[in-house]
Design a protein around this ligand. Sequence first.
Ligand code: TRP
Length: 337
Amino acid sequence: MAQFTPRVFSGIQPSGGLTLGNYLGAITKFVATQDAGTHETVFCMVDLHAITVPQAPETLRHNTRELCAGFLAAGIDPEKSILINQSQVPEHAQLGWVFNCVARMGWMGRMTQWKDKAGANAEGASLGLFAYPALMAADILVYHATHVPVGEDQKQHIELTRDIAAKFNHDYGVDFFPEVEPVIEGVATRIMSLRDGTRKMSKSDPVDASRINLTDDADTIARKFRKAKTDPDPLPGAPEGLDQRPDARNLVNIYAALSGASVADVLAAHDGQMFGHFKQELADLAVAKLSPVSDEMARLMRDPAEIDRILARGAARAREITVPILERTYEIVGMVR
Ligand code: TRP
């Protein structure tokens, strides 16, 4: 096997505002990986993926800049990490086309996200939605990335990325694309809906009260936590007491993630407390932790030209990696260059 530079790639769709789920489940971990300094890090707003379902153009542009502001406000340093918007690095889409020709229809048809998103109306879904995972494979492999931090729901797409790399290497008799490793976030940091602790907190949920947006003000955050779904029992003293209590578990997980303490410690400190009181404390903690981030996002959003400069610079740095990899891919495949 060829040796590859340890490199992390991950992406988030700018298909809505940033939620507490993106922040705790993804972005704060990206920052920790960046700061650990053990890997090169590339973080991406995947605008090409966002348009696999309809997006209003001005909203998409706004959400892309806002996501960039969120990355920066949370501590992604555009000098330490490569921070990009997908469509500004054209090699993603170019390699994506090659991978459309490597991946098989049958593989794509088995993707659970495709089945969920297309639902009963596959005939009416976009071709891009079907090809989504091949573009995702290109996002990762156009950097020869070796590690991809993602949520559990993306694991199947990472396995497909490995299949695409292996088939490409095999068909062309090369050892060119690495075998990527998923870095799956722990269940403990999966942030779920405030209205249904069995479903992921989502920026596309039609019910706004189901999520905390990073742009919510203090009163809104407090109100959403107050109204969050729970059960009538008090907090248990130990993690086993959260079994079969998804809503209770979610609030405790959020508290633990925001405070940096373990779930066991949070429960030991709140043993027997009623949720009414706990939710108030949780709201105060969330406001204290999130308001510096949302204030910084708001400050950055007042100067979109500065965000655009950061993204242009990120794209230029990214292309130092992606252009040679795409060129070599085209050569392998037989394109005249
Ligand atoms: N599919 C991912 C999601 O919805 C987003 C994504 C696109 C991604 N390309 C990626 C994540 C590459 C990791 C690596 O969450």
